[in-house]
Write a protein that binds this ligand. Structure first.
Ligand SMILES: Nc1cnc(-c2cc(N)nc3[nH]ccc23)cn1
Length: 286
């Protein structure tokens, strides 16, 4: 269920860091189409050879995303297997991950943030219609294809990246993903259902309106587990309608979380509220 890319058609350029069990590089792939040579910028995700055991979950996550296409879902061109190296070839998204962008950019307007939130909600709506659970919604997995002019609110364009650790089949990996991972998934990963993405959407909305800061950052694992055990909510925004939407998404009862349609409806009413006008260019994250 994957397009296989010949290793010799790939070129590696600079390293862009590493994920969990992966090393990522900027690169290019070469196609010969109707006699012409096409060079495309790509992101090359190498899977550590000594993590072969998570090979199938690595490719399962990506193959899930490569079976469908949507303007806000990252395009996976295929994979290349060469000796002990497994490489996933993705489209290269110029501006990189949203969390880093928000940390770098002091002031992004409220309308810019709501635009990003709506794009993520429409990607989730598309996945919900296909009954596909992403399993790893967070600002780090949102890539900025176009920055837009954040302070003027000219529109950004985001793409949701592949879940990479969709089943997070290691207990410790799921714990590390607190508070993005839904509480019910923490002890039972097989309970990964559509509602889990709603919970993660809430945590990602919180990141978006808190300058890309990771929620509960600085808390050790023990405190993070207590956060769930004592049914805590994230610190709420002064904007009550936004705080309401975030806490609806992060409802400890999966069935009580809003549908994507309701999330989109609520985002639309946030966009028309006068809070947006009052906070045209957010000086600092609230
Ligand atoms: N599919 C993707 C994923 N990540 C990027 C990317 C872009 C950038 N400017 N800096 C980066 N630093 C790390 C990753 C990355 C691009 N495309």
């Amino acid at each position: 269920q994957f397009h296989m890319i010949k290793y010799e058609d790939l070129r590696w350029s600079e390293s862009l860091g590493q994920g969990s069990f992966t090393r990522i590089f900027k690169g290019s792939k070469i196609d010969i189409r109707d006699g012409e040579r096409h060079v495309t910028d790509v992101l090359l995700k190498e899977l550590d050879a000594n993590h072969k055991n998570c090979w199938e979950s690595f490719f399962e996550a990506a193959s899930l995303m490569s079976q469908i296409s949507h303007k806000h879902l990252l395009l996976v061109y295929g994979i290349s297997v060469h000796r002990s190296k497994n490489v996933m070839v993705q489209e290269f998204i110029k501006c990189g991950a949203l969390d880093l962008f928000l940390k770098r950019e002091g002031s992004v307007s409220v309308s810019w943030k709501l635009d990003v939130a709506k794009q993520l909600a429409s990607a989730l709506n598309f996945l919900e219609e296909k009954n596909i659970t992403h399993g790893n919604i967070c600002a780090k997995n949102l890539l900025l294809a176009r920055e837009g002019d954040a302070s003027q609110g000219s529109s950004p364009f985001i793409k949701l990246s592949d879940p990479e650790s969709i089943h997070a089949h290691w207990e410790w990996l799921r714990k590390v993903m607190i508070p993005w991972v839904a509480p019910e998934v923490l002890e039972a990963p097989e309970r990964l259902e559509l509602e889990c993405d709603k919970w993660s959407f809430g945590a990602t909305l919180w990141e978006l309106f808190n300058g890309g800061q990771a929620p509960l950052q600085g808390l050790d694992l023990e405190r993070k587990l207590q956060f769930y055990e004592t049914y805590k909510q994230l610190p709420s925004s002064e904007w009550t309608e936004l705080a309401d939407l975030i806490s609806q998404c992060m409802n400890y009862q999966p069935a009580f979380r809003p549908s994507c349609r309701s999330i989109i409806r609520q985002l639309n009413s946030l966009i028309t509220s006068d809070y947006v006008i009052l906070h045209a260019a957010e000086p600092l994250p609230d």
